[in-house]
Design a protein around this ligand. Structure first.
Ligand SMILES: C[S@@+](CC[C@H](N)C(=O)[O-])C[C@H]1O[C@@H](n2cnc3c(N)ncnc32)[C@H](O)[C@@H]1O
Length: 355
């Protein structure tokens, strides 16, 4: 669906929206404060009766000034409305407070991206994740993932898992349609999908490929289950092209993985998949393509997430347009034999075979 081929706003809507953008960081921080200080929750709990400024700052032990400036900002942002000196919550306020996807996105934006994005222009000019230094001193975020401060790591994993977890059920059915015996889970992270495979099929073996820090977390998680014998680990920095993949698997699974790499890197990874996979084997790629979304806010979220890759993650990858991505699959020597959209919230599974 193409949401981006028309300028639909009137001039008045456009200048209004431009102000929303101009003040966007303040809108964001005010919203977070209204949530984190308990103001939105208190206004919501007052229901349609509403609640006065004085009741709010007294009950939350805030200054009158502090509660007032935030609530006035909340009016402008559209999180609350005011009638007869009483505040009530809006639908947007309810989503900010209660919607899991919104919470995951907001916390990820704040904890992982917010400070770094101050240098986005530098990232574009230099092709480097210049914002990453706000989190730590690593070449890419992936080397740092296992060492991030707890609350930042929690926000990163909550964001990552929210989107992939919702897709795993349907994706498993697709993967096991062709009865794989040995799967490589490349970028297998903390072992979540591998464990789902273990539960889904009593015989399948999985080898997880990832950086050593993530593999240690996966190993710890698998050790708590009865599946220790069927899971193997292959530590790898996939950016080192001399590192080949283990051979003999009849399926390769890559979920939310290839978007962590540039176009040339993706071709290199897929070529190594080509060498490793059995001739009649299949590669399963699960990605979120912004051009394959049913709803405009989903495409928007992915377009914004791309800039996390630009500024924080690695400086050269993104949530791809499927036309750009499909060209890379072709270049690496694969055909897409099946493509299933609308898996989970926003994923597409591509099933590929050697040409
Ligand atoms: C966005 S996560 C996806 C995790 C999981 N597959 C999922 O769907 O939730 C990307 C994974 O790729 C791994 N990764 C990133 N760069 C890597 C590299 N250079 N070598 C090996 N693994 C890497 C990360 O450690 C992480 O586990």
């Amino acid at each position: 669906m193409n949401f981006f081929n028309k300028d639909t706003k009137t001039a008045f809507e456009a200048i209004s929206y431009a102000q929303f953008i101009a003040f966007a960081p303040i809108v964001f921080q005010a919203t977070k404060s209204l949530r984190d200080l308990g103001i939105l929750a208190l206004v919501e709990s007052a229901g349609t009766k509403g609640i006065t400024l004085k009741e709010i700052y007294t009950q939350l032990n805030l200054s009158e000034y502090g509660a007032r400036v935030l609530l006035e900002a909340g009016l402008g942002i559209g999180l609350v409305i005011k009638n007869d000196e009483k505040y009530t919550i809006t639908k947007t306020g309810v989503f900010i407070l209660n919607d899991k996807m919104t919470t995951v996105n907001l916390d990820f934006t704040h904890d992982v991206c917010y400070q770094g994005l101050f240098t986005l222009t530098d990232s574009i000019k230099q092709g480097k994740p210049t914002g990453l230094k706000t989190l730590g001193n690593w070449p890419t975020v992936y080397e740092g993932l296992a060492h991030l401060p707890k609350h930042i790591q929690d926000s990163w994993f909550a964001f990552d898992h929210y989107y992939s977890d919702g897709s795993f059920g349907q994706a498993l059915a697709e993967l096991f349609k062709r009865k794989p015996k040995h799967i490589l889970d490349i970028g297998g992270n903390t072992g979540k999908f591998t464990l789902k495979c273990m539960n889904y099929n009593p015989d399948v073996k999985v080898t997880i490929l990832d950086l050593p820090g993530q593999l240690a977390m996966a190993k710890e998680n698998v050790a708590k289950t009865p599946f220790v014998e069927r899971v193997n680990y292959f530590p790898i920095n996939i950016l080192d092209e001399s590192q080949k993949f283990p051979k003999g698997a009849d399926a390769i699974w890559m979920s939310q993985f290839l978007d962590c790499f540039s176009e040339d890197e993706i071709v290199s990874i897929l070529k190594r998949c080509h060498e490793a996979i059995a001739d009649d084997g299949h590669i399963y790629i699960m990605e979120t393509f912004w051009d394959r979304q049913k709803f405009e806010p989903a495409a928007f979220s992915l377009q914004m997430t791309s800039l996390y890759f630009t500024n924080i993650a690695n400086g050269n990858s993104q949530m791809y347009d499927s036309a750009v991505f499909n060209h890379l699959i072709d270049k690496a020597g694969f055909n897409i034999v099946e493509q299933i959209d609308n898996i989970g919230i926003s994923h597409t599974v591509q099933v590929c075979k050697k040409k």
